[in-house]
Design a protein. Structure first.
Length: 447
């Protein structure tokens, strides 16, 4: 059997183990890289570690550390308060607020599961109080989370743009952001209209107390938690204060954190400084001044996400270094019909992402498509946007992390309905997203 088949089969096993078992896929990928590297490719561990993405590690640690500080010191909660207050108590506009808040969070570098975990409990508690369809509210939060993730400094955007540029493909960070944002906005609008949003426009909200649980980034763990409670390190349940209650001026720490986030956006977008080191610098400065928040925030850094991404990319780097990705990509590129090859890759991204981590998948499908795109048979930029859309909008599936968070935080009596409804949305988008993006983006670029 060809070594390429063995290595790719092992990669499939890694995804399966990470999906069906409560184990971080990144750790499995690192172990798999060590075993496959030694037994299949006969390369030493040092060669395997050469593929560890140091730059990506700094970016992920930097942005998630900064975001964890903002979450712990209450800056994020105050942003949510301001967003809800901005709609003037109009019930029909609250779902759009719940779309906008996570979009802003992921756009400035927050991990998508973390942003969703912060907003979705608040959104669903509000939905219960004001009889809003929980499926619609869940879709608004999830699609909003995705909408911001492909910004030039968002984690999704950093991964896709970085891998594309490293492969020698033309990149357009703003076009990628615009394409994914518009698509998710349209999906949110469809969910809003079809799931009761029009009836809400005539209603007016009454300020309500809601409870937000702790922000879990693992769907399986959040399934075990009740929507209104958080688990402490000792296993006891604590109810958090209402993030929509209260008013008053921002504290010094919150003001400094907001200034830091604004500085991150300006320094990276205007002056082109490295996202990872800038965010890490700001986080360290905040840590030196406000030591209490810093110590607690370290534990809230999305270490599992960092490990997931770095592990997967390390394995992919091994495959790339040994020519396996080129072998597979060349096989797709050799398909006589380039358009057929394009839609095959789009469906691969859509199907796998609905049942696994989108963050990890993006580190796989872009290298997979690279040999095909280098043939110039299809417009690379348009295809990358189509691939990003197809691989991300299916995150509403309850078997994906964000979909699982929505199910876990739904009212218990409606949890089964939310699960089945999100499953229908997810399965529908598995088919619809590749076909529509293929027709709208890929086909015109091939003319």
């Amino acid at each position: 059997m060809p070594v390429e088949i063995i290595a790719l089969s092992a990669f499939v096993v890694i995804f399966l183990l990470g999906t069906i078992r409560s184990v971080n896929m990144g750790t499995v990928a690192l172990v798999g890289a060590f075993i496959v590297g030694g037994l299949v490719y006969s390369v030493p561990a040092k060669t395997v570690l050469d593929g560890f993405p140091g730059e990506m590690f700094v970016i992920l640690v930097g942005v998630t550390y900064l975001f964890a500080i903002a979450d712990y010191n209450g800056t994020v909660e105050r942003l949510v308060q301001a967003a809800v207050a901005a709609v003037g108590g109009r019930t029909g506009l609250v779902p759009w607020t719940m779309f906008a808040v996570p979009a802003c969070l992921t756009a400035v570098g927050a991990a998508a599961p973390a942003a969703c975990a912060i907003v979705v409990p608040i959104a669903l508690k509000f939905a219960v109080k004001h009889r809003i369809n929980p499926v619609m509210m869940s879709m608004m939060v999830i699609q909003g989370t995705t909408a911001g993730g492909f910004s030039p400094i968002g984690i999704y955007g950093v991964i896709v743009n970085g891998l594309s540029a490293g492969a020698g493909l033309p990149t357009s960070p703003l076009l990628l952001f615009a394409g994914t944002f518009v698509t998710t906005l349209i999906l949110a609008a469809i969910a809003y209209i079809t799931l009761g949003g029009r009836e809400l426009l005539t209603q007016r909200a009454v300020p309500a107390a809601v409870t937000a649980p702790v922000h879990s980034t693992t769907g399986a763990e959040s399934m075990l938690r009740s929507p209104g409670a958080t688990m402490t390190a000792g296993g006891t349940a604590d109810v958090e204060p209402d993030p929509l209650e209260g008013s008053g001026r921002l504290g010094l720490e919150q003001i400094c954190t907001l200034v830091g986030i604004i500085a991150l956006v300006v320094l990276t977008l205007t002056f082109g400084l490295d996202v990872g080191f800038v965010s890490l610098t700001i986080a360290v400065l905040l840590s030196l001044v406000f030591t209490g928040s810093a110590q607690a925030a370290v534990g809230k850094v999305a270490w599992s996400t960092v490990l997931l991404i770095c592990g997967i990319i390390t394995y992919v780097a091994l495959l790339q270094g040994q020519g396996t990705i080129d072998w597979l990509g060349s096989g797709i590129a050799d398909i006589d019909a380039p358009l057929l090859a394009a839609i095959v890759i789009l469906f691969i991204g859509s199907v796998v992402s609905a049942f696994a981590s989108t963050t990890a998948l993006l580190g796989v499908v872009v290298p997979l498509a690279t040999p095909f795109l280098l043939t110039d048979q299809i417009g690379a930029t348009a295809f990358i946007v189509a691939l990003a859309v197809s691989s991300s909008v299916v995150d509403c599936s309850p078997l994906s992390t964000m979909g699982a968070l929505a199910v876990a935080n739904s009212e218990e009596s409606k949890r089964a309905n939310v699960f089945s409804s999100l499953m229908r949305w997810g399965l529908s988008l598995i088919v619809i997203a590749p076909i529509v993006t293929f027709a709208v983006l890929v086909l015109p670029s091939s003319v």
